[in-house]
Design a protein around this ligand. Structure first.
Ligand code: F1P
Length: 346
């Protein structure tokens, strides 16, 4: 993961790294709305991009499951841009969503991993993620590579639109360049994550909660667990909990909180209190050096401090590792989970 990021971040100038973005930067910067389409993990990467495009570039974004979008009668306006995200570049639903948007005059920008794939060819322009081949069926490094590329695009568009200051732009670039080292640091906690996986190997359900940029990470953590361990898992925005899922919490319910030190920190602390008051067993992903949350919860996994906009790139990794260890301990084939295809081409 760190290597694929390093490759993506080496050049000092963003334009040198994103190939096809050059010809589309103006279009993206002038877009009134960006519609992002994808499936599964790629859809989650799109949700991260939604937060970043809105926060940094002040563009209205809608993120659509390609599998729904293709069967709807969506409104697509002249100044809308579509971004299609796919690891394999062969997902039938995403390809059909692209064809539908094209037939209504939209310009499509692709974020794909596989060079020359059907989706890469169907889009008008694009940037490859260059994450290398995904050996397993479930996307892991593809997610971090997609988020890295989408973050670079959001920053480039924000700079073009002057919605971020030169100082913020430089800060983001410096923070990005430090990311491969930060990701490597997460792996230093692998043995702790393995111990936690051992304790929860036979759990029947899991809930994942996060706010802001960590909400899509919660969804992705739950999806990874479902895909490779076959444990039922749900991801929610932590603030949604009180609107229903809180009824599920008892001493048998493991709850994974994305609780890094960012602008949602205080709110997450009170969400953790709500779960602990109902005897939920909490595993919290916290920022290194946090002393408050470790006092409140049952298990903690630390991730290094990063720029807030880059949080998903470190916070997702403990969740991928947790799913991996639980699945291996349950005797699952993590590379070839049952019922799942690498490219869903029907
Ligand atoms: C989308 C996806 C993956 C998932 C599995 C099935 O694929 O839903 O996210 O892990 O492999 O397909 P893609 O369009 O990103 O290749």
């Amino acid at each position: 993961i760190a290597d694929s990021m390093r490759g993506r971040l080496r050049a000092a100038d963003l334009h040198l790294q994103l190939g096809g973005l050059d010809s589309y930067l103006d279009k993206l910067a002038c877009a009134e709305r960006i519609i992002i389409v994808g499936c599964g993990t790629s859809w989650h990467a799109g949700l991260v991009a939604e937060y970043l495009f809105e926060e940094l570039a002040r563009i209205n974004v809608e993120v659509e499951y390609a599998s729904e979008f293709r069967y709807r009668n969506p409104v697509i306006r002249e100044n809308d841009m579509v971004i299609a995200i796919s690891q394999s570049g062969e997902t039938a639903d995403t390809l059909a969503a692209i064809e539908l948007a094209k037939s209504r005059g939209a310009s499509i920008f692709g974020v794909c991993n596989v060079v020359g794939s059907s989706i890469a060819r169907a889009t008008h322009a694009g940037a490859y993620t260059h994450a290398g081949p995904e050996i397993g069926v479930a996307s892991t490094k593809a997610f971090t590579a997609q988020v890295t590329v989408l973050t670079l695009i959001a920053i480039a568009v924000a700079r073009k639109k002057n919605t971020i200051t030169e100082e913020s732009y430089r800060q983001l670039l410096t923070a990005l360049e430090a990311m491969p080292g930060k990701v490597e640091k997460v792996f230093e906690h692998a043995s702790r994550i393995k111990e936690i996986a051992y304790i929860f190997t036979y759990a029947r359900n899991f809930i994942y909660l996060g706010r802001g940029l960590n909400f899509p990470v919660a969804l992705e953590g739950a999806l990874k667990l479902k895909e490779i361990s076959y444990i039922h898992a749900e991801g929610y925005p932590a603030a949604e909990m009180k609107h229903g899922p809180i009824a599920l919490i008892d001493e048998d319910m493991p709850v994974v909180f994305l609780a890094t030190r960012d602008s949602s920190y205080e709110k997450i602390v009170s969400n953790i209190q709500e779960v602990k008051a109902r005897k939920g067993r909490v595993i919290a992903i916290v920022t290194e050096g946090d002393t408050l949350i470790p006092e409140m919860v049952d298990f903690v996994i630390e991730v290094p401090e990063v720029h807030e906009s880059l949080t998903p790139l470190v916070s997702v990794i403990p969740l991928q590792l947790l799913s991996y260890y639980i699945a291996v301990m349950r005797g699952r084939n993590v590379d070839q989970p049952r019922n799942l295809a690498k490219s869903v081409t029907v």
